[in-house]
Design a protein around this ligand. Sequence first.
Ligand code: AMP
Length: 291
Amino acid sequence: MQRLAKKWQRAGTRIGLVPTMGYLHAGHLSLVQRARQAIGQRGVVVVSIYVNPTQFGPQEDFSRYPRDLKRDLKLCRDAGVDVVFTPGDGEMYPRWGEAPDEPAREDARPTSGFSTYVVEEKLSQGMEGAARPTHFRGVTTVVAKLFNLIQPEVAMFGQKDFQQAAIIKRMVADLNFPVRIVVAPTRREPDGLAMSSRNKYLVGDLRRQATILWCAIQMARATVKKSRTFPAVKLTAAVKKLVACEPDARLDYVEFFEPDTLAPVAEVRRGTQMALAVFVGRTRLVDNAQL
Ligand code: AMP
């Protein structure tokens, strides 16, 4: 991949990257479209598909995360993607001294031979970082690796993962990666549910209950519209109560914060960013929006 990227660069070909974990949906494809717009018809759009083990906690859904490479490749072809990069664990996290295609020992985690990580230390403390302690270390590390492998001029991220996009922007600024980060709006289903590969887990009535995240955002928006400022603690309590109305939904967190610094606010007003994580059955969903 790196050899190919260097060849493109020598030829003056512009490179746009869309990093994903696959099981693609219209949200991912909107990033592909924006990558194409950013680099032009003569540039190359690279989609990476890699379910990155280091960003999953031990109790999380790494092994059952939905995968369908054949379907993803067709979607990419139809969307005009030039290259799909689908590395394996042995390539991304080599076990030194072993051949990359050698099967891992039963007890070995895919990353047992890997020991260099990229860690952002401020923006990754709260919200997803608090709920999933090693998550962002895995994200920044794999994205740094993808930047080094694919050497893109521009890389696209979704607003759906607001904190992640903020952390990647900070990493790129702090470590001088020669990459422009573009953040694209969240694509939603007609009933407001943010598109996500994990929506596949929502069977039966859980799919309906999952709209509670969008309902909570709408409620917060209506509140801010009505009273110009509103105490964050009171709005937090209201969201908690709303989520509790659904039998299988459990609020993990809701936060109100400044979009630029991620600093929590005491008073919610127009322009405040809201983010929440909710378990619907066993599935953990996240969403966010500016109020
Ligand atoms: P994932 O495959 O979930 O790791 O997501 C890959 C990229 O797509 C990330 O930058 C996400 O923020 C972005 N993304 C995921 N869902 C959506 C969505 N509904 N709308 C826009 N972008 C999204």
